[in-house]
Ligand binder design. Structure first.
Ligand code: NAP
Length: 272
């Protein structure tokens, strides 16, 4: 399937974990994919990981046919860096068709709401909410509204937007804000022909799972009616669907991908 042939995509946060799977999925389906980590070092590491998956990755300007993935550092909480990224996309690719707002500050280790440093709360919002908004605004202003075939946007939110997890106040709040942002953008951008949707994952198997006590991993799986966490590829499949013409009549939707976790009142070992 090559649903993104002749299209250009930007996937933010493609330096590790699910971001790598998102970049790979769009590239394998024919897109030229731009991606960024927040720093030069993380972006280079991501580029290495994507090359190891057999993708042609450019970290500097290169002729169009020479790459499937173009990696450039961009801290999306910094307006100047976001503008520089979009300048490069305009200069080197001349168009953009798909934006995937994947980059996230997880807000891990901030403590509970009574103890946390309010500055940390703001940091999470600066990346997850304001950063996602700023990147979307640039994509729409500079490309989507000017192109005959309009672009579309997919945000990554989380099932924790609706069912909170402990000691992740800023993260949960930011993902709830993303859900509202998606509906608001869908309303205002729909008349311009721009679709905005959202994938809300539950547990995803990332590098962080490698440090989990196996009993904790097993307990987490019990939280899921399907009995397993998602892979990054599971998430990428749904995001690619939302960005494709297969979803051409969808906008403002939050699609939960959490192995059925959110549909239950109690996990199985509490019920029985
Ligand atoms: N993992 C889960 O179980 C889970 C569950 C529900 C939802 N999600 C959502 O799914 C998405 C992917 O999750 P994940 O666990 O794969 O994420 P992750 O491992 O935490 O990776 C986050 C990515 O975002 C980038 N990033 C962070 N701050 C940035 C900034 N200011 N500017 C640019 N890039 C920045 C990171 O780059 P650096 O390498 O430079 O830091 C990294 O590439 C996220 O939106 C996450 O919130 C994840």
């Amino acid at each position: 399937m090559e649903r993104f042939k002749n299209k250009v995509a930007l996937v933010t946060g493609g330096s590790r974990n699910s971001g790598l799977d998102l970049v790979e999925r769009f590239a394998r389906e024919g897109a030229k994919v731009w991606t960024c980590g927040s720093s030069a070092a993380s972006t280079a590491k991501g580029a290495e990981a994507l090359s190891a998956r057999g993708l042609a990755v450019a970290t500097e300007p290169a002729p169009d046919g020479a790459w499937q993935v173009r990696a450039m550092p961009c801290d999306i909480s910094d307006g100047a860096q976001v503008s520089a990224l979009f300048d490069a996309i305009e200069r080197e690719s001349g168009r953009l068709d798909v934006l995937v707002n994947n980059a996230a500050n997880q807000g891990i280790g901030q403590g509970g709401p009574l103890d946390m440093d309010p500055a940390g709360f703001l940091d999470v919002f600066k990346t997850n909410v304001f950063g996602g908004f700023r990147v979307t605004q640039q994509a729409c202003r500079r490309f989507f509204v000017k192109q005959e075939t309009r672009g579309c946007v997919v945000f990554l939110s989380s099932n924790t937007a609706r069912r909170a997890i402990r000691n992740r106040t800023s993260y949960c709040a930011s993902k709830g804000a993303i859900n509202s942002l998606v509906r608001s953008l869908a309303l205002d951008l729909g008349p311009l022909g721009i679709r905005v949707n959202c994938c809300a994952p539950g547990y995803i198997r990332t590098e962080r799972w490698n440090t989990l006590d196996p009993a904790v991993a097993a307990r987490r799986r019990k939280n899921c009616p399907l009995g397993r966490e998602a892979t990054g590829a599971d998430i990428a499949g749904v995001v690619a669907f939302l960005a494709s013409d297969d979803a051409s009549n969808m906008s403002g939707e939050i699609v939960t991908v959490d192995a059925g976790c959110s549909c239950q009142h109690m996990p199985i070992d509490v019920d029985c």
